[in-house]
Ligand binder design. Structure first.
Ligand SMILES: Nc1ncnc2c1ncn2[C@@H]1O[C@H](COP(=O)(O)OP(=O)(O)O)[C@@H](O)[C@H]1O
Ligand SMILES: [Mg+2]
Length: 268
């Protein structure tokens, strides 16, 4: 009898075992596990991650190299399959979406910015930006109009005809931001968006993202090593060895060591 009671009471407190996600959360993930099998070796890159992001938030994901940040981004955006766990995107269960629906959802609702600009070198800025729209079947005139508008938003209207090789690193990253915005997404994922930039250019890029977040309510989830970038976000989620670090220290926005560097702190 006692056992039975315990079990049912445990079930009762498991408010997480529900079917419909919370539509106010853009992303809701529970117990996400991701295991990579490489030959005989098995690597568990995510060990049961709970993670959610509300509409309009700008969230930084930080943590040491190899802790699973990119894996988290790939799994939560549906670019990669999870081993177990559940993910809802704007209340929709990712696992229940057919491949085609998932791809459509990504194309309509998500934008992506990566450290490596992955712009096509033979295309001009405007052609690079309009490419996702053309792939999604938007008519060429409309795609061009939206692409020029997105380039204007990132202050690159005068550079529309230039190819990536003719642009600076910061300008190229602004082209990728324009490309991530062109489909008017609800959420933009950015993996180390300032990782290849000098600090002045990195600040300009984060200024731009923050302005888009504030003015258009665009939700950002950005993976970063840069404490300066983390400090500009509404919230920092720290990861360690495939898990979210919930320790009190991890919840502080940015630590003194991160700003000054450990040597400077020690010398103080
Ligand atoms: N495609 C893959 N195949 C096998 N192992 C992978 C793959 N991608 C990542 N990993 C491993 O998963 C762990 C987390 O990697 P990653 O998510 O790239 O970390 P981070 O982005 O935080 O540096 C690492 O141990 C990495 O080697
Ligand atoms: Mg990474």
């Amino acid at each position: 009898m006692a056992l039975k009671f315990k079990r049912s009471s445990a079930n009762h407190t498991q408010s997480t075992s529900h079917d419909a996600g919370d539509p106010d959360l853009i992303i809701q993930a529970e117990g996400v596990v991701k295991t990579y099998q490489t030959g005989a070796q098995q690597i568990t890159a995510l060990k049961g991650v709970d993670f959610s992001v509300a509409r309009g938030e700008m969230v930084a994901v930080m943590g040491p190299s190899g802790c699973g940040k990119t894996t988290l981004l790939n799994c939560l955006s549906g670019l990669d399959d999870v081993t177990s766990g559940r993910i809802w995107l704007e209340g929709q269960d990712l696992a229940r979406m057919k491949d085609r629906t998932r791809t459509d959802y990504r194309a309509r609702r998500m934008g992506f910015i990566f450290q490596v600009y992955n712009l096509l070198p033979v295309l001009s800025a405007v052609e690079n930006v309009e490419l996702p729209l053309l792939v999604a079947g938007v008519r060429p005139n409309e795609a061009r109009r939206k692409s020029l508008e997105a380039l204007d938003t990132v202050d690159l209207a005068d550079w529309a005809k230039h190819r990536p090789a003719e642009l600076s690193g910061g300008q190229r990253q602004r082209v990728t931001i324009a490309r991530s915005l062109v489909n008017d997404p609800a959420l933009v994922w950015a993996d180390e968006p300032t990782g290849a930039l000098d600090s002045k250019t990195a600040t300009e890029i984060i200024d731009l993202m923050q302005a888009l977040n504030r003015s258009q309510g665009l939700t950002f989830v950005l993976v970063t090593h840069d404490p300066g970038v983390g400090a500009r976000c509404d919230r920092i989620v720290r990861m360690r060895d495939g898990e979210i670090d919930h320790s009190a220290d991890a919840q502080k926005s940015v630590t003194v060591e991160e700003i000054a560097g450990p040597a400077n702190v020690a010398a103080d």
